[in-house]
Design a protein. Structure first.
Length: 295
């Protein structure tokens, strides 16, 4: 049995992971509130997978209303070792056509009003985020998407906007001038929180449209996006099977596995009891080492 345990966060159009061996749907509680829904856990080719639909069954939560903290906390509680996020995205480059997949490398955060950290109330941490995705996991995901038959682009920059409205034409042109390649609404703060949970993260975006920067294009149309998402979702499920088959037999340690060792700035003797309790999964490797201080 592999020591990989892959957490999959399914985005728009991908509300179930497809066929899993010994699949079980379970509800997992989080001290950070209600997650988007239950998780489905099972195996693909001997590799454990745990899946959560980012927007909930039936797409009930808008990007601004997803409880990203709870979703990541729940995956950590399930024992996942790595997280593969799959998202619908718009293209900001001519060569990234609807139906293509993009293995994202960098992120620009334009979201507002979302909880961006597990830390700050009783325990403060500053994790490094210069490279927000795991190169090992991203490379494996890109190869899997290619083997599944998708056209894959590697190394794109994703700009995350608040939504739920699509961008204006002026904004779309501005994001292109910044060097962004694709646009979406969910990668942040998700990537930040996954890093704080000491989990390597890869993001595969499924292109649904050209946003609105092309002067010859109509406005972004939800009906067309849904049509493209249906095809993309089938390719994404095929990608998961190829991803499982392409994983090394044994998972080697990642530097991200212990990133909190040098990120928590609050002295241990001052760690707040209630904060420790909430972080028992996200930072359990550290907060469960010693008993909480007496009040």
């Amino acid at each position: 049995m592999s020591n990989w345990h892959i957490g999959v966060i399914g985005g728009s159009g991908l509300y179930d992971p497809g066929a899993l061996e010994d699949a079980q749907e379970i509800s997992v509680a989080s001290p950070f509130g209600e997650p988007s829904g239950p998780v489905t856990t099972g195996r693909i080719g001997g590799v454990q997978f745990t899946f959560i639909a980012r927007h909930g069954a039936g797409h009930r939560f808008s990007p601004s209303h997803v409880n990203y903290c709870a979703n990541v906390d729940v995956l950590k509680r399930c024992g996942v070792t790595d997280v593969l996020a799959i998202s619908a995205i718009g293209s900001l480059k001519e060569e990234y056509a609807p139906g293509d997949f993009v293995a994202v490398e960098q992120l620009i955060d334009r979201t507002t009003g979302r909880q961006r950290s597990f830390f700050g109330d009783g325990i403060v941490a500053h994790v490094p985020l210069a490279d927000p995705v795991c190169p090992r996991l991203t490379k494996l995901a890109a190869k899997a998407a290619d083997r599944a038959g998708a056209k894959v682009h590697e190394g794109g920059t994703y700009v995350a906007i608040e939504g739920p409205q699509f961008s204006t034409r002026a904004e779309s042109h501005m994001f292109r001038s910044w060097g962004a390649d694709v646009i979406g609404m969910t990668a942040m703060p998700e990537a930040r929180l996954v890093r704080e949970a000491e989990l390597p993260y890869a993001l595969v975006g499924m292109v649904t449209d050209y946003d609105c920067w092309r002067d010859s294009e109509e406005d972004v149309d939800v009906a067309q996006i849904i049509k493209t998402m249906t095809t993309n979702a089938e390719n994404a499920r095929a990608m998961l099977a190829e991803f499982a088959a392409g994983l090394p037999k044994q998972r080697k340690a990642s530097a991200i596995d212990t990133v909190l060792d040098t990120a928590i700035i609050t002295p241990r003797e001052l760690w707040d009891v209630s904060a420790r309790t909430k972080l028992d999964a996200v930072a359990g490797r550290l907060v469960n080492l010693t008993p909480p201080r007496k009040k």
